[in-house]
Each structure stands twice: as C-alpha cells, then as structure tokens.
Design a protein around this ligand. Structure first.
Ligand code: PLP
Length: 418
C-alpha cells in the first residue's frame, strides 16, 4: 500500500471513530482550571474555624476590625517557609493574587518602582511573556497598556537568551513567570535557569520578574521539587529587588475565597505597603484567621496538599494514559507530563489546534479555545491545546480524553492529506 493510501485508510478509521464518539451525545468540559467539589470539601472546616466568640488572633488582634495592612503576622509566618519569603517581606492580602498583580503593576505604571522613580506608564512599556502561558496574565497586562513580547519555553523553563535579547530594550519592564508547574505546560523552572534570569543584564534598572508561584505547593507526586528561594538567588546575583512573588490559597482552600500573598525584597515590600496603604485600610483578617486555624502550621498545608493530590493525580493519569495509548509513537502530537499544577499541554501538528477544538466542541467535548495560551489570543503555530483535568470526575476526564484523541487523529490525517 502506498503512503497516501495508508494515510487515507487512517483518515477513514479516524473519521469513523470520531463519528462513533460524537453519536454518544456526551457533554464534557475540560476547559476549567478549577478544583473539583471533592477538593473544595477538603476545606469544609475552614468555614467553621472562626466563630462569633473566637475572633482574636494569637497575638491578641481583633480580626473583625480595621487595620493590619500586612495581614496577620502568624499567617505570614506560617506561609513564609513554604513560599521562601521572610515573613517581614511577605504580605497576606485579599482573596485573589491576580488582583495583587494588577495593583503592583498599576503602582509601577503610576509611580515607578524602588529602582527607578519614573512611572512606567509615561513611556512605552512592554513585558516578556513565556509561551504557552496563562491567559489572564496576558489580558491583564494588555489591558494596562503593556505590549506583550512572546518568548519560547523549553523543558527547563523560559529560554533565557531570548529574554536577554528583549531585555536590552529599556521599555521592557519585566517578565511573567509561573515557576512551578506552569499554567499550562506543568513545567517547573530549574534552579540553573532561575539563576540565569536573576543575573540577566537588563536595560531597565527596575526589570522585574513577575514570579507567580500559583502552583508552588501543588504537587501530584510524593517526590517533588521545593519552591526556589528566588529572593536569595536574585540578591546573590546583585538584583535583590528583581522578583515580585505572588501566590494564593485559591487552589489550596477555596478558589476565589482564599488568601493572596505578595513577597519581595526589603525595599519593594516597603514600596507595596506604602502604595497599598493608599487604597486599603487592611485585608480581610477574619478569613486569614480562618486559614491560620485551619492549617495550624506549614506541615498542615503540606498534608492538605497531599489530600488534593489523591483526588487529582488519577485524573491526570487518566489523560496521560489515554494520550500514550492512543497517540504514543504516532508522531501526531506531543504532551507534557506534569508532576503538579492544574494543566497538561498538548502540542499537535502545525495548524490543527483550532480544527481540533472545533471538532471536539461538535462531539460534546469543550476545550479551551486555541490561542488562549498566547498573547493577544494568537498561537502563531496553531498547535497548542490546554487540557484541564481537575474539575470533572475521573470517568468523565477519561471519556473527554478519548474524545480529544479522536479529534486529534481526524484533524491530523486531514492535515497530512491536505
Ligand atoms: N496565577 C496563575 C498562574 C493561575 O493559573 C491562576 C488561576 O488559574 C491564578 C494566578 C489566579 O490566582 P488567584 O485566584 O489567586 O487570583
């Protein structure tokens, strides 16, 4: 049989499998990087951790009243070793780290930073965006007037030579980075790469690493990396104020009802404190006290994260096993094998991602729109698909992966025969 007729036969097979899947009339959704209900239930006691009779922090602060801009000290001390930020340089905030990112960037745009008092907003301002990346980082920065400059990632993190080349331009003010179990690749930056970014020459005196450690504690396996101490790494490289560290308990306790954190060098933590003090009298200390009581200590957080892993690791494995079984060795796609976080990235043949997402939608499997992982919503190779396995049941995730695989095969053979 000729190569073409082999491909033709594969296409017919793929088309049949796709039709068969679509005819089941399923309704599945693997778009949302949200915790499943079973994960939210793990934190049920959080809601009873502060009662009307029991509102004082261990240090004797009434959590119900105004004040305490930095957040309650005992919670900052609890998260300090986990996030690798000294507690006096760590602020505990409101319910969303994304809001803290927006606020920090807005302060820099309006007032400049500790290393350069010229407001970023007074001249063109750009940010480096490793791709694929987190869509909300990109849309936030775009809405604040940043121009977004894509650079590639490899298995160790962002490609530093590319970042360094762009950072020679003084209007490039910084770079997004999800250091652990990145959204959406699941890749964790190596210490070597982090040291290179810390030392990297940049034209802007206040070039900033937007170190969004959203998944720093979200391991799927028993053996796992520790969060890097990026503050010490940057200080040793002569750039103590370079990292702005963000994190939250959104995917530890209750998504959108947790506690956010901001960590930075000594001067930048004073800078954010001064700026936040103009827009807030203090964060929700009642919620912070709930979190403090619920966890008690850092080991309490780590144990809690092991319970999350028990729920979501089988869902990741269901997707990864299906991909391997159906697509392994076929040369039609590659995928990441995350050891933590919330996502798997599937890389398909050039120019097929949109077609796959459309086919999947028509067969009852909702996927994140192709392009969402890239600045301005445009994936130049049209070949990246983000898979979010946490929210549905294991059975539904397995079915969705089977549907996805049917779409990948169909779109790939169509493409190869085009
Ligand atoms: N950062 C990353 C990389 C995320 O993936 C998410 C949520 O998906 C967030 C931040 C949002 O965090 P928060 O709920 O603290 O605003």
């Amino acid at each position: 049989m000729s190569h073409m007729s082999e491909l033709q036969a594969e296409l017919e097979k793929a088309s049949g499998a796709y039709e068969e899947f679509a005819s089941r009339g399923l309704k599945l959704d693997i778009t949302r990087g949200k915790p499943a209900n079973a994960q939210l239930d793990l934190s049920a006691d959080l809601l009873n951790a502060v009662t009307g009779d029991d509102v004082m922090t261990p240090g004797g602060v009434d959590s119900r009243n105004y004040g305490g801009l930095d957040g309650i000290v005992e919670l900052r001390e609890l998260f300090s070793p986990l996030l690798k930020v000294p507690s006096d340089q760590l602020l505990a905030g409101g319910n969303a780290s994304l809001t803290l990112m927006a606020q920090a960037l807005t302060f820099a745009l309006l007032h400049g930073t500790v290393a350069d008092s010229r407001p970023w907003g007074q001249s063109p301002h750009k940010l480096i965006c490793p791709v694929p990346g987190y869509d909300r980082h990109f849309t936030l920065a775009e809405s604040l007037g940043f121009e977004l400059l894509s650079i590639p990632m490899d298995s160790e993190g962002p490609v530093v030579a590319e970042a360094q080349r762009l950072a020679q331009d003084e209007t490039v003010k910084g770079m997004w980075l999800v250091p652990m179990y990145s959204n959406p690749t699941g890749i964790t930056i190596t210490e070597k790469r982090a040291r290179e970014l810390a030392a990297m020459p940049a034209a802007a005196p206040d070039f900033t690493l937007l170190w969004d450690n959203a998944y720093g504690l979200h391991h799927l396996r028993d053996e796992h990396p520790e969060a890097l101490d990026i503050l010490s790494i940057c200080a040793e490289a002569g750039h103590p104020e370079r990292p702005w560290i963000f994190a939250s308990t959104s995917k530890i306790t209750h998504a959108g009802a947790g506690v956010s954190f901001f960590g930075a060098g000594p001067e930048t933590s004073d800078w954010i404190r001064a700026n936040l003090g103009k827009i807030s009298i203090g964060p929700d200390k009642v919620n912070q006290l709930r979190h403090l009581r619920f966890f008690s200590d850092p080991a309490g957080v780590e144990e809690h994260m092991r319970q999350h892993a028990k729920i979501i690791a089988p869902k990741f494995d269901a997707v990864l096993n299906t991909l391997e079984r159906e697509l392994g060795g076929k040369g039609l796609a590659q995928w990441t094998q995350p050891n933590g976080g919330y996502f798997i990235t599937l890389t398909t043949l050039e120019d097929t991602a949109e077609r796959i997402v459309k086919l999947a939608a028509e067969a009852g499997v909702k996927l994140t729109p192709a392009g969402a992982t890239h600045p301005y919503g445009v994936d130049p190779h049209n070949n990246v698909i983000r898979i979010a396995p946490t929210m549905p049941t294991v059975e539904d995730v397995e079915l969705a992966a089977q549907g996805l695989v049917a779409c990948v095969k169909l779109a790939s053979y169509e493409k190869l025969l085009a």
